[in-house]
Design a protein around this ligand. Structure first.
Ligand SMILES: Cc1ncc(COP(=O)(O)O)c(C=O)c1O
Length: 344
C-alpha cells in the first residue's frame, strides 16, 4: 500500500536489463555514446519531428532549472502557478540557475494557471517600464501538482499569448506520460505542435531509475549550446552518460513509458472507486495517477498502522499516488483497511 509517491517505486526491470546491456566495453563519454544516437531516433519517432535537441539529466529539478535558465536572464521572471513544483519544491533552483531570475506566481484551480490571470498580467505589463521585472518565460506543469491534466488546446492558448509577448513556453512534464494517456493526445500534439519550446520530459516517475530529458524544439534549438555549457557548469554532464541513455532507451522503445503510465492511471482510477464506495470526497477529479481525498474527519492512523503510505496535502486532502508497480493487491489492501476507518 505504498501510495506515498511514484518516486518510491523501484526502477522497471526493463531499465535494469538495458543498463546491464550497455555495461561492457568502451563508449564515448559526456553524451557522445552510441545510446544517445538511439535515444535521438526514439525521440524523433515519439515526437514525430527531427527538429529538436535534447540533454539527459538525472533529476526533474535539474531538468526544470537548466531548461528555464536558458530562457530567463537574471533580470527577468518566469510565470508559473503558485503551487508549481518549481516554486514549492525546488529550493530556489530556478532562481539559482538563472542567476537571479524571479518566479512570478499566478492563481488557478487545480494548480492549472488561470488563463485570464495570465493574459491580464501580460496585457498590463509594459516591457518599456524599466523598474518592473519583465517576464521571459511561462512554465506549465502537466500533470499539475493537483494531478490534473492540461489538454493540447489549453496549452496552445497559453503558448499563443506567450509568443505574442516574446515569452518562451516551458512544460514541466515530470508526469507527461500520465497526461498523454489521460487526454489521448500524442506527444507531438501536447508539446511542439501546441507551441512548447522546451520540455522537461520525466521518465523517473514513470519507471526509470533516474532519467529526465530536456527537449528543445524548433527555434529553441538555438539555445542548445548554451544548455550544454550550463549543464557542464552545473555538474550535469556526467562522464558515463551511457547509463542515462540506456534508461531513456528502455523507457521510450516501443512506447513502454506510456504503457507504464497507463497502468498507473488505471490503478488511480480504481483507487478513486474504492474511496467513492466509502463515500469519501475527492479534492480534484482524477486525471492521471494521483488521487487527492479528504479524510480529515477520519482516523487516518488506522490506515497508516495497516501500512498505507500517503501524504497530507496543502488544502486539507491526502495524496495517494499510483505507479507502474501498484498491484491489485495494493488496491484490495487499501479497500480492506478503509473498511476499518472510523470517524474521529
Ligand atoms: C511536477 C514535478 N516537477 C518536477 C519534479 C522534480 O523531480 P525531482 O524530484 O527528480 O527533482 C517533481 C518531483 O516530484 C514533480 O512532481
Amino acid at each position: 500500500m505504498n501510495f506515498g509517491s511514484d518516486t518510491t517505486a523501484p526502477a522497471h526491470p526493463l531499465v535494469l536489463e538495458a543498463l546491464a546491456r550497455v555495461n561492457s566495453g568502451a563508449e564515448p563519454s559526456y553524451g557522445d555514446d552510441s545510446g544517445a544516437v538511439r535515444v535521438r531516433a526514439l525521440l524523433a519517432r515519439t515526437f514525430e519531428t527531427d527538429d529538436f535537441d535534447f540533454w539527459l539529466v538525472a533529476s526533474g529539478t535539474a531538468a526544470n532549472a537548466l531548461a528555464l535558465s536558458c530562457f530567463c536572464p537574471p533580470h527577468a521572471s518566469i510565470l508559473c502557478h503558485h503551487e508549481a513544483h518549481i516554486q514549492m519544491d525546488e529550493r530556489g533552483a530556478p532562481e539559482f540557475f538563472t542567476g537571479g531570475g524571479r518566479l512570478h506566481l499566478l492563481p488557478g484551480e487545480g494548480a492549472k494557471i488561470d488563463f485570464k490571470a495570465f493574459k491580464d498580467y501580460l496585457d498590463y505589463f509594459d516591457p518599456q517600464f524599466v523598474h518592473a521585472t519583465p517576464p521571459a518565460a511561462v512554465s506549465l506543469t502537466n500533470l499539475t501538482e493537483c494531478g490534473m491534466s492540461y489538454t493540447p488546446d489549453e496549452i496552445a492558448r497559453f503558448a499563443q499569448r506567450a509568443r505574442a509577448a516574446s515569452l518562451a513556453v516551458h512544460l514541466d512534464g515530470a508526469r507527461l506520460g500520465n497526461a498523454l494517456v489521460r487526454t489521448g493526445a500524442s506527444p507531438a500534439e501536447m508539446t511542439w505542435k501546441a507551441g512548447v519550446d522546451v520540455l522537461s520530459l520525466g521518465l523517473t516517475k514513470t519507471g526509470a531509475m533516474g532519467c529526465e530529458i530536456i527537449v528543445l524544439f524548433g527555434k529553441a534549438r538555438e539555445r542548445f549550446q548554451e544548455l550544454r555549457i550550463r549543464a557542464k557548469r552545473a555538474g550535469h554532464m556526467p562522464a558515463k552518460m551511457r547509463y542515462l541513455s540506456a534508461q531513456a532507451e528502455a523507457m521510450l522503445d516501443g512506447g513502454i513509458w506510456l504503457e507504464l503510465a497507463a497502468h498507473a492511471n488505471r490503478k488511480a482510477g480504481e483507487l478513486a472507486v474504492v474511496f467513492a464506495d466509502r463515500g469519501l470526497e475527492l479534492a480534484w477529479p482524477v486525471e492521471g495517477n494521483e488521487v487527492f481525498v479528504f479524510l480529515p474527519e477520519y482516523d487516518e492512523n488506522i490506515l497508516k498502522e495497516d501500512g498505507a503510505r500517503f501524504y497530507a496535502w496543502p488544502g486539507g486532502s491526502s495524496r495517494f499516488v499510483c505507479s507502474w508497480a501498484t498491484t491489485d493487491a495494493d488496491i484490495a489492501a487499501l479497500r480492506a483497511a478503509l473498511s476499518q476507518l472510523k470517524r474521529r
